[in-house]
Design a protein around this ligand. Structure first.
Ligand code: NAD
Length: 311
């Protein structure tokens, strides 16, 4: 073990994933939850998962499963979780007031060398951290579900976050085998959700206008664009479709502009306006099959993650 401590606040889905990732390279991980009785269950669940990952040859990190398990312990109070930690990763519910309250407590417990990091998906960092004494140490590290198999972490500083805190966080994420992207400044939706919502708007228009079915929209992504996007982004995809980016622009600029003029932009996401979309999707994945489908997704993402790591 490294004898360097990481505090994880919140033992739900994301907290458990972070605990496994930090332990995979030997950090001493302390896991805390306001629901104390949930922590031993979380630790047992982690142990079970790590053994399963090992037997499917999907275990991450550079130490044995037994050593990884030894690195993670549950604690019953916030102080034991965070005092002396080099990095605290907050993973409580997505609620700005709750997060402010949790960081206020953390702020009182930690010293100046602890990075205070939030897993928030959508709350911009300046909304959580403006009143903290250690606000220069505050940052967002947004993972993607499920983080153990999908490596991207969006690192988003508040306007007052120190440069060395950004650099340290990026280095830590790379060290645990994640793929960090650093934002120069905060921006609503960061990157993932901006791109995701641009795509969802167009999916919504395509289905509701009746041009294609919901199932076909998903086939367009998963058997078309998604095949390439698993390995390279849309920009590299574009330049490889021509002889470099300048050539791509020369060839396709007019086409892109003309088709873009027909895009409708933001859709109405009111439930009452989405009737057909909802009923088509309910048929595609019936509500009683959601859990099966999630398990299938995670298995396939695990296999893809390994394929990419080994490539
Ligand atoms: P979750 O509901 O599974 O877990 C939240 C945990 O926080 C619960 O165990 C709860 O008891 C605990 N908690 C609540 N208040 C607390 C407090 N004051 N102190 C300590 N623990 C407290 O949620 P999750 O899916 O793990 O999400 C956690 C965070 O990660 C959210 O901000 C979410 O937006 C973000 N996130 C989630 C996903 C995802 O897909 N699940 C992806 C990326 C980021």
């Amino acid at each position: 073990a490294k004898r360097e401590k990481i505090g994880i606040v919140g033992s739900g889905f994301i907290g458990r994933s972070w605990a496994m990732l930090f332990a995979s390279v030997g950090y001493e991980v302390c896991l805390y939850d306001i629901k104390q009785e949930q922590v031993p269950d979380a630790i047992n669940e982690i142990k079970k998962q790590l053994h399963e990952l090992e037997s499917s040859n999907l275990l991450r990190g550079n130490i044995s499963v037994a050593e990884q398990i030894k690195c993670i312990r549950g604690v019953t109070n916030l102080k034991d979780c965070v005092v002396g930690s080099k990095h605290v990763q907050e993973c409580v519910f997505e609620d700005v007031d709750l997060k402010k309250e949790v960081f206020k407590k953390l702020d009182e417990l930690v010293g100046p060398n602890t990075v205070l990091s939030s897993s928030t998906s959508c709350i911009i960092p300046s909304l959580i951290s403006p009143d903290l004494v250690h606000k220069e140490n505050f940052i967002v590290s947004h993972p993607i579900n499920p983080p153990y198999h999908v490596p991207l972490v969006e690192i988003v500083p508040a306007p007052w976050t120190r440069k060395d805190v950004v650099a340290r966080t990026r280095a830590l994420m790379a060290e645990i085998g994640q793929s960090p992207v650093v934002f120069t400044r905060e921006h609503p939706g960061f990157g993932v959700n901006r791109l995701q919502y641009a795509i969802l708007n167009e999916c919504n228009h395509l289905v509701r206008s009746g041009v294609v079915t919901a199932e076909d929209v998903d086939t367009i992504m998963k058997d078309g664009l998604g095949m390439r996007y698993a390995w390279m982004g849309p920009l590299e995809t574009a330049l490889l479709n021509a002889n470099g980016m300048k050539d791509y622009l020369e060839r396709y600029a007019d086409t892109i502009k003309n088709i873009s003029e027909t895009l409708e932009g933001k859709a109405s996401w009111d439930y009452k306006d989405c009737g057909d979309l909802v009923s088509q999707l309910d048929e595609m994945v019936p509500l009683d099959k959601l859990q099966n489908r999630r398990e299938w997704r995670d298995k396939r993402l695990a296999a893809l993650g390994k394929l990419k790591r080994d490539a």
